[in-house]
Write a protein that binds this ligand. Sequence first.
Ligand SMILES: Nc1ncnc2c1ncn2[C@@H]1O[C@H](COP(=O)(O)OP(=O)(O)O)[C@@H](O)[C@H]1O
Ligand SMILES: [Mg+2]
Length: 374
Amino acid sequence: MTNPFLIKGYLSKEFFCNRVEELKELERNVKNGIDTTLISARRLGKTGLIMRLFEGLKGEPFELIYVDIYASRTQSDFIKLLIEAILKKIPPKTTIGKNFFSLLKSLRPVISYDPISGEPQITISYQTAVEKEYTLQGILDFLEQHPQKIVLAIDEFQQITEYPEKNTESILRTYMQHLQNIRFIFCGSDKRMMTDIFSNVKHPFFASTQFLNLGKINRDQYAVFIKDSFARNGKHITDEAVDLILDWSKTYTFYTQSVCNMTFSISGKNSDIETVKKACIALLKQGETVYLQYRKLLTPGQWNYLIAVAKEDVVRKITAQSFITRYDIGTPANSRRLLKALLEKELLLEIQETHAVSYQVYDVFFSRWLQMEY
Ligand SMILES: Nc1ncnc2c1ncn2[C@@H]1O[C@H](COP(=O)(O)OP(=O)(O)O)[C@@H](O)[C@H]1O
Ligand SMILES: [Mg+2]
């Protein structure tokens, strides 16, 4: 029996909860030639949603290309990953693939196949910056000429701001304006960075993409999904146990999936609150080594601040005297400084609400562990 609660990757829609509205919106955009920018905090389900979209579009006349640029450090890496993603969908043995390959020929690419996955890998040595720009343009032109419409999803897009070459964004912007055949989906987790890339006044073109802010999965629908997934595998879970899962994991997709996965794996025919509690303890134990590493890497002041935020669960006014006194933070300026440092390390998460912002420990399990230990 496979565990129905995935904690990485994507299998098929049976393992996927809800996202009906978001899916409709993405599909509508793709079919109407609108580019989309998909943003959320890490681990809420962006990549999963793209995979789900692709599954739904399988029967439709689109070539679906997905590229994750998380591992890229330079513009050359970006181009390489893009080429590999294209070759995966348009193999070099086909006529169109041959065209693609001849386009790359001047770059003298070396192609090899990963011995385990069998996927094509490519090595290119560039001479100049112009050559890179030219290559990128050539790739986009090729996709523009493709007989089928292309959906090109670029995941972890904020990564381009890390490249030493600062012109990746402007190259894309310049060429994208003329493209008719490609629907882009830009996907990223660093909200501030993505917002900056996409709505900066100096970059009006990017503002023409439609923003889709992915939130948490609807609690009631998640509850139904959890009960059904247990039932499908001949198991039962009580309503109270499901409630506890959703409370404790804050309905935060990855963490909820993890608690469900663990509960399912340690359960017999029936799961109740006690089963869930055991699962939670097991998960915190698994994380402990990493949490203790954090303590070593942070200053005592930062560590103390993390505990403070965890204990409050959610902090809205970080300069409030009550908060500062209760946790020995010192001064409002100190509080701001610590917050900034911990946001940069992505240990704290800033949540934009309609009329306010609030702060939480980014990793839900870490937050639960701090609450338990201190
Ligand atoms: N709608 C969903 N239903 C069930 N599991 C999901 C759903 N969306 C994402 N997941 C799972 O949650 C985890 C985190 O999702 P992921 O798509 O990787 O997040 P992100 O790309 O935003 O960091 C993955 O293990 C994924 O399988
Ligand atoms: Mg992702």
